[in-house]
Design a protein around this ligand. Structure first.
Ligand SMILES: Cc1cc2nc3c(=O)[nH]c(=O)nc-3n(C[C@H](O)[C@H](O)[C@H](O)COP(=O)(O)OP(=O)(O)OC[C@H]3O[C@@H](n4cnc5c(N)ncnc54)[C@H](O)[C@@H]3O)c2cc1C
Length: 307
C-alpha cells in the first residue's frame, strides 16, 4: 500500500525510508466539540514518520492492548503479526495535521466501535501502531473549482484538503454533521472557502441529505468533486457524478469512509459466501479492464445483493 517513493519524511533518514508499522505515543488528548476527539502522537519511532503531502492521507491504526507496542510487520501491500503476537484490531483514520515527528488525528465520537471507544479514553503515554500514510486526493490541473463533500468521518480530511489547496482553487465544502455544535472549520483566511452545512441529518442518526444538497450545487466539467462519506451514500453520489453528470473519472474521487449498521452489512456479506467474494476478487484483479468500470460492476453486484 505504501511504496517508498510515495512518501516524504523530513528526517535525515529520508532517502532510506522503508514503510513499516510505527509505534506512536499519545502526547495529548482533547475534545474539539461534542463529536470529535483530537489525539496528538509523537515519540522516538515517529522521528522518520513520512507524509504524502495529500490532505486526505490515511493510515491504519492498530489498537493493541497495553502500552507496549506489539506491532505487525509490513508484508508486500499489507501486514502480518508474527508468531506469539496477538493480532490487534485495525481501523482507518486520516492524518489531520502533520509536522516532522508529530501527528494529530481526529476521531469521531460515536456509539460502539474500537476506534471511537479508544479515542474517548486516550491519555498521554498510551501507544498505538500506525502504518505509513497513503493519499487519494488528486485534483487535475484542468479543474477550476473544487467541491469537497463529507459527513463527520470525512471532515478531518476535507478540512485539511481545504487548508492545503484553497489558495490554489475556489473551494466549496458541503458538510453534514449531527448538529450545529459538531461543525468544525478549516484553518484558512476568512472567505477563502464557502461552507454549505447540513446540521442534524445523516451520520447514522437520520437519512442523509448530502445527495440532494449536492444536486443543487453547480458542478460542471471544470469542477473536481472529492467525496468521503458513508458507503451506500457514497455509491449514490458517485453514480450521480459519473453517470448523470458524466464527469470524467479524473474529476471525481468517491471514497466510502464508513458503513452504517456495519454489523448487518458484514453479516450479509458473509452470508453471500465464497462465490460472491471470489467474483469480487476476480473483478478487482482484472488488469485489462478500466478501473472505473470495475467499480461500476462491483457496486452493481453490491446493490443486487442488498449490501
Ligand atoms: C480513508 C479513510 C479515512 C478515514 N478517516 C477518519 C477520520 O479521520 N476520523 C474518523 O473518525 N473516521 C475516519 N474514517 C472512518 C472510520 O474508519 C470508521 O468510522 C470506522 O468504522 C471507525 O471504527 P470504530 O472502531 O469506531 O467503529 P466500528 O467498529 O468500525 O463500527 C462499530 C459500529 O459503529 C458504527 N460506526 C462506525 N463509524 C461511525 C460513525 N462515524 N458514526 C456513527 N456510527 C459509526 C458502525 O456502523 C458499527 O455499527 C476513515 C475511513 C477511511 C476509509
Amino acid at each position: 500500500m505504501n511504496g517508498p517513493t510515495e512518501s516524504r519524511t523530513d528526517s535525515p533518514f529520508r532517502s532510506i525510508y522503508e514503510p513499516r508499522i510505527h509505534s506512536a505515543v499519545v502526547t495529548a488528548a482533547r475534545r474539539l466539540g461534542p463529536g470529535m476527539a483530537r489525539i496528538t502522537f509523537s515519540g522516538p519511532d515517529l522521528r522518520d514518520y513520512p507524509t504524502t503531502d495529500r490532505g486526505d492521507e490515511y493510515v491504519r491504526l492498530f489498537f493493541h492492548e497495553g502500552n507496549e507496542a506489539r506491532l505487525p510487520v509490513v508484508v508486500e501491500r499489507g501486514w502480518q503479526f508474527t508468531d506469539g503476537i496477538e493480532p490487534a484490531p485495525a481501523r482507518v483514520y486520516t492524518i489531520r495535521k502533520y509536522s516532522p515527528g508529530e501527528i494529530e488525528i481526529d476521531f469521531v465520537v460515536h456509539e460502539g466501535g474500537i476506534g471511537a471507544a479508544w479515542a474517548m479514553q486516550a491519555q498521554p503515554g498510551q501507544v498505538l501502531g500506525i502504518n505509513a500514510p497513503h493519499g487519494l486526493y488528486e485534483r487535475p490541473p484542468a479543474a477550476v473549482r473544487q467541491v469537497l463533500v463529507a459527513d463527520e468521518p470525512g471532515l478531518p480530511a476535507a478540512l485539511r484538503i481545504a487548508e492545503q489547496t484553497a489558495d490554489q482553487v475556489p473551494t466549496t465544502l458541503v458538510l453534514e454533521v449531527r448538529g450545529h455544535a459538531h461543525r468544525l472549520f478549516a484553518d484558512v483566511e476568512r472567505g477563502r472557502v464557502d461552507y454549505v452545512w447540513l446540521c442534524g441529518t445523516g451520520n447514522g442518526q437520520t437519512p442523509s441529505q448530502l445527495g440532494e444538497v449536492l444536486r443543487r450545487q453547480s458542478i460542471d466539467q471544470g469542477t473536481y468533486v472529492w467525496v468521503a462519506t458513508e458507503g451506500r451514500l457514497n455509491r449514490a453520489i458517485r453514480k450521480y457524478l459519473r453517470h448523470e453528470l458524466k464527469l470524467p473519472a479524473s474529476h471525481y474521487k468517491c471514497v466510502a469512509y464508513w458503513q452504517e449498521k456495519a454489523e448487518v452489512w458484514n453479516a450479509r456479506y458473509e452470508e453471500l459466501g465464497t462465490d460472491f467474494q471470489d467474483k469480487l476478487s476476480a473483478l478487482w484483479a482484472d488488469r485489462e479492464r478500466d478501473s472505473e468500470e470495475i467499480i461500476d460492476e462491483v457496486q452493481r453486484l453490491y446493490e443486487v445483493a442488498g449490501l
